[in-house]
Ligand binder design. Structure first.
Ligand SMILES: CC(=O)SCCNC(=O)CCNC(=O)[C@H](O)C(C)(C)COP(=O)(O)OP(=O)(O)OC[C@H]1O[C@@H](n2cnc3c(N)ncnc32)[C@H](O)[C@@H]1OP(=O)(O)O
Ligand SMILES: O=C([O-])CC(=O)C(=O)O
Length: 374
């Protein structure tokens, strides 16, 4: 196991506030949302139920869920002005930049005037994000102006239909639902903390979420699922994976999709998404991507005692579903938005501006030498 020093750099091990939304690694490896184990939710709930749970503190009844889904389904379309902005973003832009711009621009068109509108703003973004991603992707890559409304009941199914223009299989809908549940919430991770810092200044929901998207983009955080895919695609076999990873570790390169700031021996989401990757691999007939991923997992544990985080087997899972690699991290946005917005609401409910201190390491006090004498 990695011998981790707590405290110091990265605020590691220091409490930065309270939350009732989530526990991470409380018993060394667990993850709960509002008291529910994530594996229980992945087995027995839908993503919309989890979104409702995070925004309201309780799972919905049948009637509450139906009302909530009807509300979300009525908010899926994009304003024409946003479509026109998305049309201007080039095909080689990073899709996370597209999400950031889409979120920010929607905040201009439909601003959160006051905090009584916070649920509406969060739900609007939740409903609109799949279309922001897929409208831009289809327009810039295929030259197609897609209809942003579908008859799909779930957000996961809606995303798949917008992306491919075809009704997804029941299995793909379920995998997407599980994936969105696994990614939804994770306590004071870097992007959520960004959202809370922004919220603590009494800024608006769109600004909080835009900042969080920018923070999730980095490869040490949400960008790791995409980076893991780029890596495993370069490996030609399980043996080649081990040889190449040995070289990477030798050169002190980070292996994306491994390790975690909080978990010590495993990430509870890995076993769930790994099982889906295996199932999809077997059904696909070509299991090489899964076999290579398993070889990576074994090698990293055997040599460094580093384990797969939630991102690693998401890479092969999404790939088996035919999702383009560049959309992996934006899917994470569609899910984690629920956690971000719930934290913004929690921060607002008991706010004090977040403003830590710093340990000064600069020069001693000195006086300005006139410029011609320097
Ligand atoms: C959804 C998410 O955001 S999950 C995280 C996604 N990010 C990644 O997968 C990127 C790869 N992983 C990492 O970079 C790190 O593990 C992080 C950023 C997730 C956590 O960082 P930290 O809390 O600083 O890691 P930690 O303290 O456990 O690191 C201990 C040692 O293990 C090494 N290590 C940790 N992860 C890795 C890795 N993936 N590859 C190689 N070495 C690693 C560190 O370099 C460090 O070694 P050092 O002391 O010689 O520098
Ligand atoms: O908690 C973290 O540091 C990273 C994160 O968001 C996650 O693992 O989902």
């Amino acid at each position: 196991m990695v011998d981790k020093k707590l405290g110091g750099a990265g605020l590691r091990g220091q409490s930065a506030g309270e939350t009732s939304l989530c526990t991470v690694g409380k018993s060394g490896s667990g993850l709960t949302y509002c008291g529910y184990d994530v594996s229980d939710l992945a087995d027995n709930a839908t993503f919309e139920e989890v979104a409702y749970l995070l925004f309201n503190g309780e799972l919905p009844t049948v009637d509450q869920l139906a009302t909530y889904k009807a509300e979300l389904n009525g908010m899926r379309d994009l304003p024409q002005a946003l479509k026109e902005v998305l049309q201007k973003i080039p095909a080689d832009a990073h899709p996370m930049d597209v999400m950031r711009t889409g979120c920010s621009f929607l905040g201009n068109l439909e601003p959160e005037i006051d905090f009584s509108q916070q649920n509406k703003a969060a739900n609007r973004l939740l409903a609109a994000f799949p279309a922001i991603m897929c409208y831009w992707y289809n327009y810039s890559h295929e030259g197609k102006e897609i209809d942003c409304v579908t008859d799909e009941d779930s957000l996961g199914g809606h995303f798949l239909k917008l992306l491919n223009g075809e009704t997804p299989s029941e299995q793909h809908r379920r995998v997407m639902d599980v994936s969105l549940i696994l990614y939804a919430e994770h306590e004071f991770n870097a992007s959520t903390f960004t959202a809370r810092v922004c919220a603590s200044t009494l800024s608006d929901m769109y600004s909080c979420i835009t900042g969080a998207i920018g923070t999730l983009r980095g490869p040490l955080h949400g960008g790791a699922n995409e980076a893991a895919m780029d890596m495993i695609e370069r490996f030609t076999s399980p043996e080649d994976a081990k040889t190449q990873m040995a070289g990477m570790l030798e050169r002190k390169e980070k292996i994306m999709g491994f390790g975690h700031a909080i978990y010590r021996t495993s990430d509870p989401r890995n076993v769930i998404i790994k099982a889906w990757s295996e199932k999809l691999a077997k059904e696909n007939g070509d299991t090489s991507l899964y076999d290579i991923s398993v070889a990576c997992e074994e090698y990293m544990w055997d040599t460094k005692k580093l384990f797969c985080n939630a991102d690693f087997f998401h890479a092969s899972t999404y790939n088996y579903m035919g999702i383009p690699t560049k959309l992996f991290t934006p899917i994470f946005v569609c899910s984690r938005l629920t956690g971000w917005a719930a934290h913004v609401m929690e921060q607002r409910s008991n706010n004090r501006i977040i403003r830590p201190s710093a340990d000064y390491t600069g020069s001693e006090p000195r006086t300005v030498t006139p410029i011609e004498q320097r």
